[in-house]
Design a protein around this ligand. Structure first.
Ligand code: ADP
Ligand code: MG
Length: 631
């Protein structure tokens, strides 16, 4: 037997491991199963290239908990280790990693992946165990099994043993008093499901009973036989590791539900990521039905490293707008085990991010080209991702003309060029600006939409919460384009043209009309604006100037440099049609009370048409109307 002191310059690393990685105790199992997987895959490789002359077979990894003995054991059938290898890989190498770790722990120890990165993987066992044993037998011919023990001090023992005759490694953890939870079946299952669900080697945890099919010709009341079989908890070949050409739509959907067992809705479509140069990355992204929902808290994209779950905190790796999606990204090249700020500055990560962005843009182009109708139908559920992407990623924006749709209130969908072509002839104003009219709510802006349509204008329906930002972006990127909401002004003013104006009233009359109205309405809220409109147009129209309203909307969804500017007040214009009969009649009324009442009544009607008459005002208005009826 060899006794020795583990090669480490720092007195005792274990208290440090415990202290600094406390919150991440549970990752020890992931680390040990990763090692078992590595050992198995190494053997597979060696047998394929003829280096190892052993039968690879169907190896699995077994996890066993023994509550009586307080042990948790991880058994693999991989390459195993000789005494020299244990000496080299466990006693020495691991701790050179540890030293490095000690130098760096100050900044980043809280980061869950750090252990693996610094080669502390195996030693994470000491976070939950007082004593750890390794019993290992190498695949190499004429080697004896070895037994290593360590009780958490730098002292270890290493001796040959006859107890193990089959190839592979057993790691036995003597679980410490404060980590008993890791002997609990449900806790273990939970961890296996979280970290190992898609690992490439089958993982056995316990057994389960299965019912065998009845043999042919069996009696009708025959009892089916049952059998105890290994309970395999993982799917070693998840969809993202399979070539897209070998997968059906149903396979993707099945995988989606495997990934998110609590998610009952079907995804809209998927994007299979597959790249091996200049970095390695595979994965599948799913577009869920989002509608106008910006809630991204649950069922997030999961990040894997060679099929080992790392995290679902993908900020910095996946562009923000794609965090609305679901799915899996697997890359051995992402330096997952370092701190987040480092990650964001990492060149490889930046490349990955722009690759994914490009891939999503390409997918959109092919989807719309393959089946425009289907794409249009899905638009409402995907638009928030696309629009968010257009706002936040310039590269994505540049390509968006090919796949971003602009729906009309009539249910038509235009690509940018189609829209441009369609509306240019009548929606260009006198200064050559293309004016794009839009509504954000068909019911609330109904009358404005109608009047605009009567004029032959096309009205878009842009209703996602980030539209104000999108519009801002489009206006600055496209030349001579302005977006104006249909209720921003009287229809004649929405798109200003050089048309002669005929006034029924002279300037003095107009001035007194304006003054009288201003005195009657709450001028805090309404700015009175006289306009010479057609005589049969409505006398009063309430509008919300585009600029102020848009700023307010942008403030509501955040961003856009709007913070700290205070709250924008609700601002309305009261457009008075000075050519209307109502205006001329109003001027003739002598009694100032009657005049006021008429102005008030017309204002109420205008409010009513924009859904602004509510509560007491509405009740008063209805009462007033009944009284007028009686008269
Ligand atoms: P890493 O996995 O990053 O190399 P670890 O501390 O997890 O660091 O493991 C150290 C080394 O110990 C491994 O590289 C491997 O050589 C060896 N090892 C650990 N577990 C096993 C195992 N189950 N079978 C064979 N070798 C193992
Ligand atoms: Mg490891």
């Amino acid at each position: 037997m060899t006794k020795g002191s583990i090669n480490v310059s720092v007195e005792n690393i274990f208290p440090l491991i415990k202290k600094f990685l406390y919150s991440d105790h549970e990752i020890f199992l992931r680390e040990l199963i990763s090692n078992a997987t590595d050992a198995t895959l190494k053997l597979k490789h060696l047998t394929t290239i003829g280096e190892a002359k052993v039968e690879y077979g169907n190896p699995k990894i077994e996890v066993k908990a023994d509550k009586e003995k307080n042990t948790l054991t991880i058994i693999d059938q991989g390459i195993g280790m000789t005494a020299e290898e244990v000496e080299k890989y466990i006693n020495q190498v691991a701790f050179s990693g540890a030293e490095e770790f000690l130098e760096k722990y100050k900044d980043s120890a809280k980061d869950s992946g750090i252990i693996g990165h610094f080669g502390l993987g195996f030693y994470s066992a000491f976070m939950v165990a007082d004593k750890v044993e390794i019993i290992s037998k190498s695949y190499k011919e004429n080697t004896k099994a070895v037994h290593w023990t360590c009780d958490g001090s730098p002292q270890f023992t290493l001796e040959e043993t006859d107890t193990k005759t089959d190839r592979g490694t057993e790691i036995i953890l003597h679980i410490s008093e404060d980590s008993k939870e890791f002997l609990d079946e449900y806790r273990i299952k939970e961890l296996l499901a979280k970290y190992n669900k898609f690992m490439p080697v089958p993982i056995k945890f316990g057994t389960k009973t299965v019912t065998l099919p009845l043999p042919e010709g069996a009696a009708e009341d025959a009892k089916p036989e049952t059998e105890e079989v290994d309970n395999i908890i993982n799917n070693p070949t998840p969809a993202w590791t399979i070539a897209p050409s070998d997968l059906t739509e149903a396979d993707y959907t099945k995988f989606y539900h495997e990934l998110y067992p609590m998610q009952y809705e079907e995804p809209l479509f998927h994007i299979h990521l597959n790249v091996d140069y200049p970095f390695n990355l595979t994965g599948i992204l799913f577009f869920p039905k989002l509608g106008n929902n910006l809630n991204i808290e649950k069922d997030k994209i999961q990040l894997y490293q060679n099929q080992v779950f790392i995290t679902d905190e993908v900020k910095g790796i996946v562009p923000d707008f794609l965090m609305l999606l679901r799915g899996v990204i697997d890359s051995p090249d992402i330096p997952l085990n370092v701190s987040r700020s480092y990650l964001q500055a990492d060149g490889a990560v930046k490349k990955i991010s722009s690759y994914i962005t490009k891939k999503v843009a390409d997918k959109m182009v092919s989807l719309i080209n393959e089946n425009r109708e289907d794409y249009e139908q899905k638009w409402n559920d995907i638009k928030i991702v696309i629009e968010y992407g257009m706002i936040s990623e310039d590269k994505f924006f540049e390509k968006s003309d090919k796949f971003a749709l602009y729906p009309s209130t009539d249910g038509k969908y235009y690509l940018w060029n189609e829209l441009d072509e369609k509306i240019k002839p009548i929606q260009t104003d006198k200064d050559g600006n293309l004016i794009i009219l839009y509504a954000s709510n068909v019911d609330e802006q109904y009358s404005y939409i109608q009047t605009a349509k009567d004029k032959g204008y096309e009205v878009l329906l842009l209703d996602s919460p980030i539209v104000p930002h999108l519009i801002q972006k489009l206006e600055s990127a496209k030349e001579k384009v302005q977006f104006v909401r249909v209720d921003a002004d009287h229809v004649n003013n929405l798109i200003k043209k050089d048309e002669p104006i005929i006034s029924k009233l002279n300037d003095t009359e107009k001035e007194s009309l304006k003054k009288e109205i201003e005195e009657s309405v709450n001028n805090q809220k309404f700015t009175v604006q006289l306009e010479d409109l057609a005589s049969d147009d409505e006398p009063f129209i309430i509008t919300q100037p585009e600029f102020m309203r848009r700023m307010k909307d942008m403030q509501a969804t955040g961003g856009g440099g709007m913070f700290g500017m205070g709250n924008f007040p609700e601002m309305y214009n009261l457009v008075v049609n000075s050519n209307s009969n109502f205006a001329s009649e109003l001027l003739k009324i002598e009694n100032s009370e009657t005049k006021k009442a008429n102005i008030q009544y017309a204002l109420d009607l205008a409010k009513l048409s924009q859904n602004l008459l509510k509560g007491k005002e509405l009740t008063d208005f209805i009462q007033k109307s009944y009284q007028n009826l009686k008269k």
